[in-house]
Ligand binder design. Sequence first.
Ligand SMILES: [Zn+2]
Length: 130
Amino acid sequence: MKTGVKDFTECAMWGALSGLALKRNILLEVVNFKEKIGTKGKINGVIVGIEGEFYILIDDRVPNDFKFEVLAHELAHYQLHHSKAPSRFNVTKYLKDKDYRRSVEAEADEFAERLISYVRHRMLPAREQQ
Ligand SMILES: [Zn+2]
């Protein structure tokens, strides 16, 4: 993968992951969190479900080379915590219980890592595959 990409949408990994979001009817938007939401820069991305519709928002200020990792993390939350009904995710507990929050985030990080290596493997030219 290229480093220092000016346009993150040219990143092949971003392309593959945003394709996965599209397939799941998840609306994906990259916005400036400070201007649009007023967050103080601790949150890189978020997934929100409203009446069965899902939205992934990613902070525009996240470095371009890192945006796909945030996307993979939010897709992991979707897959692990939101895609099945009833939802495995307890929003009240998430906000109140630090341990629960940590375990939910660790699960998402681990899943995101596997997702990225899976997609990376699929993107390799055939001759490089074993
Ligand atoms: Zn998370």
